[in-house]
Design a protein around this ligand. Structure first.
Ligand SMILES: *Cc1c(COP(=O)(O)O)cnc(C)c1O
Length: 428
């Protein structure tokens, strides 16, 4: 690739800035606490699978050989309370919630099912459930399924696919018949980040509950569930929380709501006397009532090293770095990629987006495959979106620059017609 003089100068300037930003990065020491990446690969897909902490393989080996091989068979002690222990650690380190408000269990979809039903139980007599049309398909399946099963009306509000949900649209949709509003804090498509307190204000004014999906926010956005008076939430743990594929999801219910929130999947793990076997079912008064069966202890153990990293770094610093990384990325992409037909598809203001940046391209699927061939791993969100998500603790500013360089090479190779304009600052 040969760029004209102006392009080379812009590239050199960007490289100097990346070096300066990396030198000043207070979280730089965390870069060495991830498993090394082979062959110069670059992963900007932390919103689908967070990077592997260096401590995780060894911990899992210890858990398998020690807790299982040597001890587990003689007693359940090491892992029996793991859902609450991981829940409490997560509450403190990344959710801004209180002890006894979070458990880790099941998958996000199942937790969403449990809590949507629990919200209806806590708001009996109200006939409507509000969702939006931008939430992930699985969330929409679950909520529509619950509405049908419980004979509630499903009110779907329209979210702008690039700028996110407009608060006046939401206000118009929430009235005194609404039991619960189910929304994602960070849109999986556009990356738009909602103002949690503003949404609470609108829903609570009508007596409705808010059930958040925090899957794309947890581990990347500085969440304050207690301070903002959040009612209920679920979240995946394998994205920015870096707990690995198969780690159970999070389930949060504010303490004072727990006695009124009955979940529908009754099992021995949620029983008041777990081991007594007393019939009929009598739910535990605590957050344990949202559990159903035996925790997947091996998968849950993998959450610990990631939580160590996030707790040590502090979520305010993680969020600040994340904002700086996506800000640098959009700036470079504006000059180097957009002239090739990549179109921004999310909020321009870093304050209004989570930890990923979305672009549109008519051949997004092919493009993402070609990028992987060039050692750059990003997400394809069908049909026409590319999602780039630098893990705040595992990504250097120099990595962002290198990612944009590879991206530009693939774009210029795959779309020679795009070069004709010759308008970009990088000389494209
Ligand atoms: C990642 C994600 C999920 C994952 O659901 P699982 O049931 O854990 O597979 C669900 N909803 C949203 C919004 C997500 O981003």
């Amino acid at each position: 690739m040969t760029a004209p003089e102006g392009g080379q100068a812009a590239l050199r300037r960007a490289a100097r800035r990346a070096r300066r930003l990396d030198a000043r990065d207070p979280l730089a020491p965390f870069l060495g606490r991830f498993a090394p990446v082979p062959d110069g690969r670059l992963f900007l897909d932390s919103s689908s699978l967070g990077r592997l902490p260096a401590a995780t393989p060894e911990l899992l080996d210890r858990v398998v050989r020690g807790d299982w091989g040597d001890r587990l068979a003689q007693g359940r002690a090491p892992w029996r309370d793991l859902p609450q222990r991981i829940g409490d650690r997560t509450a403190k380190a990344v959710l801004g919630a209180l002890p006894g408000e979070v458990v880790a269990a099941d998958c996000t979809s199942v937790n969403l099912y449990k809590l949507t039903v629990a919200a209806l139980e806590a708001r009996r007599g109200r006939r409507t459930v509000v969702v939006d049309d931008d939430n992930s398909p699985t969330d929409r399946y679950v909520v529509a399924g619950v509405a049908a099963e419980h004979e509630r009306a499903l009110r779907t509000v329209h979210t702008h696919p690039e700028t996110g949900l407009d608060m006046e649209t939401l206000r118009a949709a929430v009235d005194e018949d609404v039991a619960v509003v189910v929304l994602s804090l960070v849109s999986h498509r556009s990356g738009a980040l909602l103002d949690m307190a503003e949404v609470h204000g609108i829903a609570h004014a009508q007596g409705a509950l808010v059930l958040w999906d925090l899957s794309h926010a947890v581990g990347a956005v500085d969440l304050q569930l207690a301070a903002t008076g959040a009612d209920m939430a679920v979240a995946a743990t394998y994205k920015h929380l870096m707990a690995g594929p198969g780690c159970p999801a999070l389930l949060y219910v504010r303490r004072d709501l727990q006695p009124y929130a009955a979940q529908p999947v009754h099992g021995w793990y949620g029983h008041r006397e777990q081991l007594a076997g007393a019939v009929p079912y009598d739910p535990d008064p605590s957050v344990r009532r949202f559990l159903t069966g035996t925790p997947p202890a091996l998968s849950l153990a993998a959450a610990e090293p990631a939580l160590d990293l996030l707790a040590e770094a502090g979520m305010a610093a993680v969020r600040a770095k994340s904002r700086a990384l996506t800000g640098f990325l959009t700036e470079l992409a504006g000059a180097a990629l957009e002239p090739y037909g990549l179109r921004p598809a999310g909020p321009a203001d870093p304050e209004r987006r989570g930890a990923h940046v979305a672009y549109r391209h008519p051949r997004a699927g092919e493009l993402v495959a070609a990028l992987a061939g060039a050692g750059l791993f990003v997400d394809h969100v069908p049909p026409d979106r590319v999602r780039l998500s630098p893990g705040p603790l595992s990504t250097r500013f120099a990595d962002v620059l290198e990612a944009v360089r590879r991206f530009r090479e693939v774009l210029s190779g795959s779309d020679p017609a795009g070069v004709a304009g010759g308008t970009g600052e990088w000389g494209v």
